[in-house]
Design a binder for this molecule. Structure first.
Ligand SMILES: Cc1cc2nc3c(=O)[nH]c(=O)nc-3n(C[C@H](O)[C@H](O)[C@H](O)COP(=O)(O)OP(=O)(O)OC[C@H]3O[C@@H](n4cnc5c(N)ncnc54)[C@H](O)[C@@H]3O)c2cc1C
Ligand code: SF4
Length: 554
C-alpha cells in the first residue's frame, strides 16, 4: 500500500517541543470530508468542494464486514477500491486520513473512527455525500450530536432521481408501478425517445420489449457462446488488503481464489467497454436464461462498479444507446439494459428512502424459517441450488434470475424469514448495498412489503404479486434439471422436486393472504383443483422437507 495508516499529501511539520501541559487542540477552519466505500467518485460534489486544508477521512472498519457476514470478495473489493481511490486523491494533492483495517488504533466502527478523527483534527464541519443507508445516516447524526460539530450532507449526484422527486412521484398513487415510473424516467432523460415535449414517443413505438425477451436457450445451450468477461489481476494494493483481512477478518465466508473485480475507475471503464462490445447485443433476449457453468452469460456485471460509484449510470446508458444507434446492438437489448438502470435501479432506491427504516422489519407473509445451511456451503443435491449458491460462494455474483427465481424463490416458498434471506444477499454479493438489496430481497423476492391497494386488493410494494415458481419454471429457463436427481414435474414420491413441493405448499399455506390479491386469482384456482387429500399430503411432505433442511422457526 502506498501510504501509512494515516497519510497526508503535505509533509509533516517539525513537531513542537513537548510542554508540561498538553495544549488544547488548535481551532481549525478546515473541514472533515467523510468518504465511504460506496462513494468512490472523483467527480462528486464533495470532492469538487474540497479546500486545500480540508481532510478526506476514509475508514476500513471490521464492523462493516461483520454485522452481516460479508463474502471475502465483497470485503476485498470494497477495501481495495477504497485504497486505490485514496491513492488517486493523494495524487491530486488532496489531504487524506486513511484508517487501515489493521491499524492498531482502529476501533472497528465508523462512529468511533469519525469521533477519533474529530478529536485529532478539530474540524469546523463534517461533510459527507448523502449516505446510501439509513443506518449510516443515523450514525452521522449521532456523531454530530455527540461532538457538537455541524454536519453537512451533500447531494448524491449519481442518481437520475432524488429521493424527494421520487416521493413527489409516489404521493397519492394507489400502487407504485415500476413501469409507469420508468416511462417518466425515459421522458425525463430523453433516452430512447423520438421527438420532444408532449409529442415525444418511445423509439420503436414500444416502451418495453419484454415480450421479445425472456427466451430460454433450448437444448443446445447459449449461442453465441458468451465471451468470458474481462478480469483484473490482483495487484500489490489488493494483496495488502488480503493480508490485513487475514489478520483482522480471518473467518469471512466465500472463496477469494477467483477474485477479478474492477477496483479502479479505469478497470470499471474497461469492464463497461467489454460488456458493450461483446455481450450487450444478446443481453435482452436471454436476460432470464440460466446455464450450468455460465455464471455471467450476457449480463453486464457492472453492478458493483455502479454501486461503488466507479461508474456513472448515465455513461452506462449512453454507451448502450450509442451501440444501438450505430447498429451494433438491437433495440430490445438496449431498452432492457436502460430499463434496469433508469427504471429498476432508481425505483428500488426511491422505495428504500420513501419507506424508512421500518421497511427492514416487514414480514407480510409472516414467514419465520431459518436460512438452510446450504446457502453457506452449496452442499445440496438440488442441482439448481448447488449451481447458483456455489457460484455465489466462488465469485460473489449471481445474475438477476438466479437471485430472484432460484435462491430467492426457494427462500420464499420454503418459508424463510425475509430478514434472514435479505442479510444473506447483502453480505454474499459483491454489489450488496442496503438501498438496493433490501427492496429486491425483502420486497421483490419475499413479498414481505404487502399493503392494501385501492384497485387490486393487497399487493406488494415492489412486486405486485409473489414471483413464486415451481421446478417447471427452472426446467424451462435452464439446464439445471437435466443433471438433477429430482424431477421438476413431480410433487410427490422419491423423485419429487423440492422446489415443486414447496411451491404448492406455499400456495396452500398462504392461500388466505394471497387471495386478497386479485392478480393471484388464476393461480389459486389451480390450488382449488387439488383434492383435500392431495393438499394434506403436500403439507406433510413440505413440513418434512423443512425439517430436513433446517427451515425451522428462527
Ligand atoms: C434478491 C435480490 C437481491 C439483489 N441484490 C442486489 C444488490 O445487493 N445490489 C445490486 O446492485 N443489485 C441487486 N439486485 C438486482 C440485480 O439482480 C443485480 O443488480 C444484477 O443481477 C447485477 O448483475 P449485473 O450487473 O450483471 O446486472 P445486469 O443484469 O447486467 O443489469 C444491468 C444493471 O441494472 C441494474 N439492475 C438490474 N436489475 C436491478 C434491480 N432489480 N434492482 C436494482 N438494480 C438493478 C444493476 O445496476 C445492473 O448492474 C438484487 C436482485 C435480487 C432479486
Ligand atoms: S429438479 Fe427441482 S431441484 Fe432439481 S434442478 Fe430442477 S428445479 Fe432444481
Amino acid at each position: 500500500m502506498p501510504r501509512s495508516s494515516s497519510v497526508s499529501s503535505k509533509s509533516a511539520k517539525t513537531p513542537a517541543k513537548p510542554s508540561a501541559k498538553p495544549l488544547p487542540p488548535k481551532p481549525s477552519r478546515a473541514r472533515l470530508a467523510v468518504v465511504f466505500g460506496d462513494q468512490l467518485d472523483l467527480d462528486a460534489a464533495i470532492i469538487r468542494s474540497l479546500a486545500p486544508d480540508d481532510t478526506v477521512l476514509m475508514m476500513e472498519v471490521a464492523n462493516e464486514s461483520q454485522y452481516v457476514p460479508s463474502h471475502m470478495q465483497r470485503t476485498t473489493l470494497f477495501l481495495s477500491a477504497m485504497r486505490h481511490f485514496a491513492a488517486e486523491l493523494i495524487e491530486q494533492k488532496i489531504r487524506v486520513k486513511y484508517i487501515t483495517l489493521d491499524d492498531p488504533k482502529n476501533t472497528g466502527a465508523f462512529e468511533t473512527e469519525i469521533a477519533r478523527a474529530c478529536d485529532a483534527l478539530n474540524p469546523s464541519e463534517i461533510v459527507c455525500t448523502h449516505p446510501g443507508e439509513w443506518r449510516v445516516m443515523a450514525m452521522l447524526e449521532r456523531v454530530r450530536d455527540s461532538t457538537g460539530i455541524p454536519l453537512r450532507i451533500m447531494p448524491d449526484e449519481h442518481f437520475f432521481t432524488t429521493k424527494e422527486e421520487f416521493a413527489a412521484w409516489a404521493k397519492g398513487r394507489n400502487s407504485l408501478t415500476m413501469e409507469f415510473f420508468y416511462r417518466e424516467q425515459r421522458r425525463k432523460t430523453g433516452y430512447l425517445m423520438e421527438g420532444s415535449g408532449k409529442s415525444a414517443k418511445p423509439t420503436g413505438d414500444t416502451w418495453n420489449f419484454d415480450k421479445e425477451n425472456r427466451l430460454p436457450f433450448g437444448k443446445q445451450g447459449p449461442n453465441p457462446k458468451p465471451r468470458i468477461p474481462s478480469s483484473f489481476k490482483i495487484d500489490e494494493i489488493t494483496r495488502e488488503v488480503l493480508a490485513a483481512m487475514k489478520r483482522v477478518l480471518p473467518d469471512l465466508p466465500g472463496s477469494i481464489d477467483s477474485f477479478a473485480w474492477p477496483v479502479t475507475r479505469k478497470q470499471a471503464l474497461a469492464s463497461l467497454n467489454d460488456f458493450i462490445k461483446y455481450r450487450l447485443a444478446n443481453f435482452g433476449a436471454y436476460e432470464d436464461a440460466m446455464w450450468t457453468g455460465e455464471p455471467t452469460l450476457y449480463h453486464s456485471i457492472l453492478s458493483s462498479s455502479l454501486n461503488m460509484k466507479l461508474l456513472n449510470p448515465r455513461e452506462c446508458c449512453e454507451r448502450a444507446i450509442e451501440s444501438y444507434e450505430s447498429g451494433n446492438a438491437p433495440l430490445q437489448s438496449v431498452e432492457a439494459f436502460v430499463r434496469q438502470i433508469i427504471g429498476w435501479r432508481e425505483f428500488v432506491r426511491g422505495v428504500y428512502w420513501l419507506e424508512g427504516p421500518e421497511y427492514a422489519d416487514r414480514n407480510g407473509l409472516e414467514q419465520q424459517g431459518k436460512l438452510p445451511d446450504f446457502y453457506w456451503t452449496a452442499e445440496t443435491d438440488m442441482a439448481c441450488m448447488k449451481a447458483c449458491v456455489g457460484q455465489v460462494l466462488d465469485t460473489g455474483y449471481g445474475h438477476h434470475i438466479q437471485r430472484l427465481m432460484v435462491t430467492g424463490n426457494f427462500a420464499l416458498i420454503s418459508g424463510v424469514h425475509p430478514r434472514a434471506v435479505s442479510d444473506w444477499y447483502l453480505g454474499m454479493f459483491v454489489d450488496g448495498v442496503d438501498w438496493v438489496t433490501l427492496p429486491n430481497a425483502l420486497g421483490m423476492v419475499m413479498h414481505a412489503d404487502r399493503r392494501p391497494n385501492a384497485t387490486k386488493g393487497v399487493t406488494g410494494l415492489v412486486g405486485t404479486k409473489p414471483y413464486a415458481a415451481s421446478g417447471k419454471y427452472i426446467e424451462r429457463m435452464s439446464n439445471y434439471c437435466a443433471n438433477c436427481k429430482y424431477k421438476p414435474g413431480e410433487r410427490s414420491g422419491p423423485s419429487a422436486c423440492p422446489v415443486t413441493v414447496f411451491y404448492w405448499d406455499f400456495l396452500i399455506r398462504t392461500r388466505e393472504k394471497l387471495a386478497q390479491n386479485q392478480r393471484m386469482a388464476m393461480i389459486l384456482k389451480n390450488v382449488d383443483r387439488l383434492t383435500p387429500q392431495i393438499q394434506t399430503q403436500i403439507t406433510i411432505d413440505a413440513n418434512l422437507l423443512r425439517k430436513k433442511l433446517g427451515v425451522t422457526p428462527m
